[in-house]
Write a protein that binds this ligand. Structure first.
Ligand code: SIN
Ligand code: CO
Length: 395
């Protein structure tokens, strides 16, 4: 993981700090040999195998006889076109959730906060294959991992899309730049840059994608989070019936228009809603919970024969701990968020949890110092039994 002020080959010898200042969310950057001697994290056959599984999200996009078509996976091997046929591509989303090499590749980009990371997608294309000229609403690093792809892109204003197609294809596309990327080359694109990548021969591209929730998604999810918090507070105070704030209307007059919404009700409910309060802690707790929530298709794999707590402690002392590749662990000053579950950051936790979250592993010798505290080892053992962390940081 590159440090903010160290020049990184990955960024064409810019430091991450320079990259973020000059390019991130601002303008495209082509980096030749960002990862020299790169090996595709998965072979073609391994990618096809993943596309055959229910756990992974995959799409097949074909452009046969100039007509765009899209299908959603899973795909049995005989449901994919022949690799000898031109003009098709298979996209597999969230490969980092299924493969440690893909996870390791994604981790090279952790100079960007985890809260912003979406996933690592891998595409396979035969000659001429691609997804058409389009734009994305998110930042992306397009890393060529096998074969060649011709990228054309530009910052055009007109982002209108062709109608009636199963995928987003720009109506008018004019490229300002054009480059052929070879294995190890990488193109960074900020949101809304029009782009089109066409395979030159068989190729594979890894996309490191980011998440940027819309204001309406954030508002909706935040209000939902707040409502749950209010519910919790209410059930805690429910012992005294008076503790629950409820609509009342002792001043309601008799009506001759029973279907009319009572103006008094609108006013009173407005007053109840205006009383909803939140502060920065609520925002942080919402963000931590929401952004660390496992994606809908994520299933953790608990160990088949879990070590008991004592043996777990002994093993962790020797070889350390690491977060499972599917785990999202975020934290702030007050709390931590483990796979969507918030909890307070106690003084004891503060000694090691931020380190585990930032590095995604904890060395054995670091574990030795906390192994005497049973409240901590019980917690870590629970996480281990849930499949959220693993013993053996080196494996
Ligand atoms: C790809 O085909 O691998 C990249 C898709 C994209 O341009 O977003
Ligand atoms: Co794109």
């Amino acid at each position: 993981m590159p440090l903010p002020d160290e020049p990184a080959t990955l960024l064409g010898n810019l430091t991450p700090a320079q990259f973020m200042r000059r390019y991130w969310q601002k303008k495209p950057l082509l980096i030749r040999q960002a990862i020299p001697d790169i090996q595709a994290p998965l072979t073609r056959d391994e990618l096809f195998e993943l596309a055959d599984s229910e756990d992974a999200e995959s799409r097949l996009i074909t452009h046969f006889r100039k007509s765009w078509a899209m299908e959603h996976g899973p795909f049995a091997p005989d449901e994919l076109p022949s690799v000898k046929k031109r003009d098709w591509t298979l996209l597999v989303q969230g490969v980092n959730l299924h493969d440690d090499r893909a996870r390791a590749l994604l981790d090279r980009f952790r100079f960007i906060p985890d809260a912003r990371v979406d996933d690592l997608m891998i595409s396979y294309a035969t000659d001429g294959g691609g997804v058409g000229a389009h734009f994305d609403s998110y930042d992306v690093f397009l890393l060529q991992v096998h074969g060649k792809r011709r990228w054309r892109f530009g910052a055009q204003r007109d982002l209108s899309l062709k109608e009636g197609l199963p995928l987003k294809v720009l109506q008018h596309f004019e490229a300002e730049e054009e480059w052929v990327l070879e294995p190890g080359d990488m193109l960074y694109l900020p949101p809304h840059i029009a782009h089109d990548g066409v395979a030159e021969g068989e190729c594979m591209t890894a996309s490191i994608g980011f998440r940027a929730p819309s204001a309406s998604e954030l508002s909706g999810q935040f209000l939902y989070h707040l409502a749950e918090r209010l519910d919790d507070a209410h059930s805690a105070g429910a012992k005294s019936a008076k503790g629950v704030q409820r609509y009342r209307d002792p001043a309601q007059p008799a009506v001759s228009h029973p279907a009319l919404l009572p103006p008094l009700m609108i006013e009173r409910v407005g007053a109840i809603l205006a009383n909803i309060e939140w502060d920065e802690k609520d925002v942080a707790s919402f963000l931590g919970t929401y952004l660390s929530e496992p994606k809908p298709n994520v299933v953790f794999d608990p160990p088949h024969r879990p070590l008991n707590e004592n043996r777990f402690i002994e093993r962790a002392k020797q070889s350390g701990l690491k977060l499972d590749k599917k785990t999202v662990l975020l934290y702030d000053k007050h709390a931590y968020f483990m796979n969507g579950e918030p909890d307070l950051m106690s003084g004891k936790l503060r000694k090691w949890l931020p380190e585990l979250a930032d590095k995604r592993y904890l060395e054995g010798k670091r574990f030795v110092t906390l192994s005497g505290d049973s409240s901590m080892t019980v917690l870590l053992h629970e996480w281990y039994c849930a499949g959220w962390i693993q013993v053996d940081a080196n494996a």
